[in-house]
Design a protein around this ligand. Structure first.
Ligand code: F6R
Length: 241
């Protein structure tokens, strides 16, 4: 595992976007695994700057980690809307190159297994971006999750609902369930880049770098992967320096 500490959020966003850009231009076709949330907003801004106007966007396929259950694509708080605003629309990416679980599917179990099959059918994920929850979740794989799990339905922990309430009008509006790639799905990615900023992520990062592999800290599953880069600002790196 490679750990890089940069000075601030801007640098973290630039560095991670630059690594994605480099991989994109090195390959004829690439499957990107993507994350939402507060952390990657700067990453998308920077990556869009790198890619705008390039015809190489045609060779990108994207697969998002997760989606809330019960929110339609058009809901302002759906992860689809986040991706559309920050990445799909600015780069004119089409529906047949951008994938995200459908949180409004009638049969959510079936949606989960179809999403998993879809990823496999395109040959798996080449490069995966991950943020991390304060409790160590990756995707929406909460503490206690099995490391072998594939895409599935999850109940969000109250602390995760609380952390995500900042994006909603009221905590009552935050969905309590989601569809997420499993840790097994994530570990199949050929390369993984984790980004984290802020003091509140320092303990999860400490567990990743210095802790034992444990289901109590889902992020520690990445210790079993051979190609992980962790990019941190000074505050998130507080406990590992
Ligand atoms: C989002 C996701 C989550 C977030 C995590 C951190 O697609 O998979 O694991 O990466 O909750 O969220 P932020 O970046 O808002 O702190």
């Amino acid at each position: 595992m490679k750990v890089m500490v940069v000075e601030n959020y801007k640098e973290l966003s630039q560095k991670s976007a630059q690594m994605f850009y480099q991989s994109i231009i090195n390959k004829r076709a690439i499957n990107l695994g993507l994350a939402t949330g507060g952390t990657p907003v700067g990453f998308y801004q920077e990556l869009v700057k790198f890619l705008k106007g390039h015809d190489m966007t045609e060779c990108i396929r994207t697969f998002n980690l997760d989606e809330y259950i019960g929110l339609s694509k058009g809901n302002p708080n759906s992860f689809y809307t986040f991706m559309n605003d920050h990445f799909y629309k600015p780069l004119n990416l089409s529906d047949d190159q951008t994938f995200i679980p459908n949180g409004k599917a009638d049969d959510l179990e079936d949606e989960s297994s179809q999403y998993e099959t879809l990823i496999q059918s395109y040959g798996g994920i080449d490069l995966q971006l991950l943020g991390v929850g304060e409790n160590g979740h990756i995707g929406f794989n909460e503490p206690g999750s099995h490391f072998e799990q594939r895409t599935h339905v999850v109940n969000l922990k109250p602390s995760t609902v609380q952390a995500n309430a900042r994006f909603f009008n009221s905590i009552k509006d935050v969905p309590k369930k989601a569809i997420t790639m499993g840790i097994g799905t994530i570990l199949d990615a050929k390369e993984i880049i984790v980004i984290a900023n802020g003091e509140h992520k320092a303990e999860a990062i400490y567990q990743l770098v210095h802790g034992e592999k444990s289901r109590n800290w889902p992020i520690t599953a990445l210790k079993g992967h051979s190609n992980v880069t962790v990019i941190l600002d000074e505050a998130a790196a507080n406990k590992v320096k």
